[in-house]
Design a protein around this ligand. Structure first.
Ligand code: DMJ
Length: 600
């Protein structure tokens, strides 16, 4: 702990002191109070002031009209004041004034600040040569003042995204916000279904009702279309099941049963490892045209949804087909200390293209679903837990490294025995998953690692000119590097992905460390700054390194509404029962499914 410096105190003065002349008892009492106050120790005075300020805030917070007028500015100012008064031991290192506040304040502050950056970020300024170097600064321990404006900012972002979808892409899969049109992938209203439970969680009743009416009246799966088994399971089946659980409305369960049964032909393969694609109208399935392989993450990340469908329908077949995959993968040769290759053959059930091990694309959610199935089933399925624990040891042994110069811990890849310091943004699901495991009784060092990786994922945003992460980064490991993170030209895009804010949500839930909320707040502001399209919607961008022209890709992925905004809202909420993590487990598309009640 650093001693508090003088500048961290606010001097309080009282009018009328020492004027003398009055001698009534009121005066005397006032003087005697003042004498008593002065006799108190500094700590006692601070404590009393602290309590008074808290009472003041509670008073304001319970007065809705007042709060509505002062929201954003008052709470922000009080927050800073409180932090300065009591808890900011690292304050001198950190430019608090550049970090927080509603946009209106943020703009003012940035104009005053000495940085030309348009985005608030943690930077170390080397005062000797005046050069800016990016680095990691310990974050100030903050006192949290409930900030309703952050929750409202997420609702506002959702409404803006929804407006674009409603105006230009209603009932279609994805919004193309720049061209004010839409993109069809499966032709099943993907964005709308993915977003239903988000609207419910955000309390957007009107929007929810109009979407529900569409599901009830317009949504049909009786269509001659090829859908990807994994994507339609996590987004459509998962979305319908979770919305059913949150609302109790049977229409969602009926639709879930319908799509679930139409996906079943995918499992009719020689090996029982499912094909990637199903025609839900014809009842046929097939692998991609160029191969008979399926992706390992895809076939091992449909289990939460099919298991839940079995539980709800009392039809064991759904669970049986996905359990068979886990059983086979558990026994397969070709793993590296519990780490799996990226492809599996649907004819012989063996891993193919062996030798590449990653926690990124094509393998990521295999690890996530080992842990989450174990949690969903009441922590009884030891094989799933063993595979998860072994895999995390495999990550530590083979994939974990430190960057130079700032020593960021990152998860790289192994390709045919060679380590590559490449990390996908997708890997940023891992801090959250590790934290969830630790919360469920797994080793405490999983939480330590979660925190380190969380910092790295945040740095993947902070160190970019837009404050938004690219799709893939490469870490520098050699001594003498001047920066930790490099981005290749082809990897500079941002698809509005959720993984970092997802992990921030878990880390905040379990640690209550407000820096995670502040990090998420910065990210939301940068999404607003660089990806918001004025006529409605948000767009993926091609270049996170060019704040002047991030180059819109003209596509709003359904997971921006299904996951990114949902996790941001939950991150800013201090209500542990808003999706209680001891009662629900999120599927890999952020759709909460119930943890099964114990039958013992
Ligand atoms: C989502 O569809 C899911 O989170 C999936 O697990 C990974 N890819 C996207 C989001 O990035």
């Amino acid at each position: 702990m650093h001693p508090q410096s003088r500048q961290d105190y606010v001097s309080v003065s009282f009018a009328g002191q020492g004027n003398g002349g009055y001698n009534n008892s009121k005066q005397w009492r006032r003087k005697s109070c003042w004498r008593k106050w002065k006799q108190l120790s500094r700590l006692q005075r601070s404590l009393i002031l602290f309590i008074l300020v808290i009472l003041f805030i509670c008073g304001i917070a319970s007065y809705p009209v007042f709060i509505a007028q002062l929201r954003g500015i008052t709470l922000y100012t009080l927050n800073i004041l409180l932090k300065r008064l009591f808890l900011c031991n690292h304050l001198p290192q950190r430019k608090l004034s550049n970090k927080r506040g509603p946009p209106i304040l943020q703009n003012r502050i940035q104009k005053k600040g000495n940085t030309s950056d348009t985005v608030a970020r943690d930077k170390v300024v080397d005062s000797k040569n005046g050069k800016k170097e990016t680095g990691v600064i310990s974050t100030c321990c903050v006192l949290f003042v409930p900030d309703a404006s952050r929750l409202e900012a997420v609702q506002e972002a959702f409404r803006h995204a929804w407006k674009g979808y409603k105006d230009f892409a209603w009932g279609h899969d994805e919004l193309r916000p720049v061209s004010k049109s839409y993109n069809e992938w499966f032709g099943l209203g993907l964005t709308l279904i993915d977003a239903m439970d988000t609207m419910w969680i955000l309390g957007l009743k009107e929007e929810f009702e109009e979407a529900k009416a569409w599901v009830a009246k317009e949504l049909t799966f009786d269509k001659n279309v090829d859908v990807n088994l994994f994507e339609s399971t996590i987004r459509i089946l998962g979305g319908l099941l979770s919305t059913y659980h949150l609302t109790g409305d049977i229409v969602f369960l009926d639709k879930a049963k319908d799509i679930g049964s139409r996906l079943m032909p995918a499992f009719n393969t020689p090996s029982k490892i499912p094909y990637s694609d199903v025609n839900i109208g014809k009842g046929t399935a097939h692998p991609p045209r160029w191969t008979s392989d399926s992706t390992v993450a895809e076939v091992t990340s449909i289990q939460l949804e099919f298991r839940e469908l079995s539980r709800l329908t009392q039809e064991p077949l759904y669970e049986a087909v996905v359990a068979e995959i886990m059983k086979q993968v558990h026994k397969l040769d070709g793993k590296l200390d519990g780490l799996v290759p990226m492809f599996i053959n649907t004819n012989n059930g063996q891993f193919t293209h062996q030798g590449i091990y990653t926690l990124g694309a094509r393998a990521d959610s295999y690890y996530e679903y080992l842990l989450k199935q174990w949690i969903q089933g009441g922590k009884k399925e030891n094989q799933l837990l063993d595979d998860y624990l072994q895999a995390i040891e495999g990550v530590k042994k083979n994939l974990l490294q430190k960057s130079s110069p700032n020593g960021l811990i990152f998860v790289g890849e192994v390709s045919h025995g060679q380590f590559s310091p490449k990390m996908d943004h997708l890997v940023c699901f891992l801090p959250g998953t590790l934290a969830l495991g630790a919360h469920n009784g797994l080793p405490a060092d999983h939480m330590d690692l979660a925190k380190k990786l969380m910092k790295t994922c945040y740095q993947m945003y902070v160190q970019m000119e837009t404050g938004l992460s690219p799709e893939i980064v490469h870490f520098n490991m050699h001594q003498g590097s001047t920066r930790d993170i490099d981005v290749k030209l082809a990897d500079r895009h941002n698809l509005l992905r959720p993984e970092t804010v997802e992990s921030l949500f878990y880390l905040y839930r379990f640690t209550k460390d407000h820096k995670y909320q502040d990090w998420g707040w910065e990210i939301l502001q940068n999404f607003n700054k660089y990806t918001k399209v004025s006529s409605g919607g948000y767009t993926s961008i091609n270049n996170v390194r060019d704040p002047d022209y991030p180059s819109p890709k003209d596509k709003m992925e359904s997971f921006f509404l299904g996951e990114t905004l949902k996790y941001l809202y939950l991150l800013f909420s201090d209500e542990p029962d808003l999706i209680n993590l001891d009662k629900y487990v999120f599927n890999t598309e952020a759709h909460p499914l119930p943890i099964w009640p114990s039958t013992v």
